[in-house]
Design a protein around this ligand. Sequence first.
Ligand SMILES: Nc1ncnc2c1ncn2[C@@H]1O[C@H](COP(=O)(O)OP(=O)(O)OP(=O)(O)O)[C@@H](O)[C@H]1O
Ligand SMILES: [Mg+2]
Length: 247
Amino acid sequence: MGKIIAFTNQKGGVGKTTSVANIGAGLARAGHRVLLLDLDPQANLTKGLGVMDAEQNVYGALLGEYALRAYTLRDNLALVAGSPALSGFEKVKGNDLDREFLLKDLLAPVRERFDYVLLDCPPALGLITLNAYACADMLFIPLEAQLYAADGLEKVLDLVTRVQRRVNPALTIGGIFFTRFDGRKVLRRETAEQLRAQYPGLILQQAVRESIALSEAPHLGQDIFAYAPGSAGAADYQTLLEEILTR
Ligand SMILES: Nc1ncnc2c1ncn2[C@@H]1O[C@H](COP(=O)(O)OP(=O)(O)OP(=O)(O)O)[C@@H](O)[C@H]1O
Ligand SMILES: [Mg+2]
């Protein structure tokens, strides 16, 4: 049965979507069957992987309007599209008795067809993220390696603890990793060291360096391994995904 892994941080722009797209692509290239889910109303993952005309998305499926539809991107890699309409999820479903388990129910019949299901969470800790935590086996938290990187981290960890206690006792934190890392900048190095001391065992070894190619690839609807296989971004995500598989 597919392992469900969520990439989450309430802070915006830290590399959640970039990580889901490229770690997913890397896992698929290694022969794993991978399903990506775009849970963000911004739908950056969907657009960045070149899916522009998805008629069926995760929101309609969550509302029960149609079955969950996965668009095949390449061998071993499929995507459930996001939608701006997801911003209305909380308003529409917020009072349902089983509101935090809607995604879990949706994935239950399909997860056996995949080895990994990767969830791209929105930059908020609302009902969508709660649904992701309720069905995930493991979550990873990307942090942009800079001053104030850890702002909001406590809130994420606090929600994880509450979810573990009440909703999903099987949820584990796979780790925290740095993105947009520039080892030449003293400030960034210091932030990373400080967090390693503060959260021993939780910070992954591999950081993702600042790499122009990583920001260019989604504009062409490509992952980093297709767009720039020799780039620092491809090397870092390859090593990072291997480390993730050990957690
Ligand atoms: N290692 C990197 N090097 C260079 N640019 C990067 C890197 N990682 C991410 N970016 C760029 O930074 C921006 C934010 O990244 P991304 O969209 O992955 O973050 P996010 O956490 O998903 O954001 P949001 O919270 O808005 O969903 C994007 O323009 C992306 O291309
Ligand atoms: Mg995103």
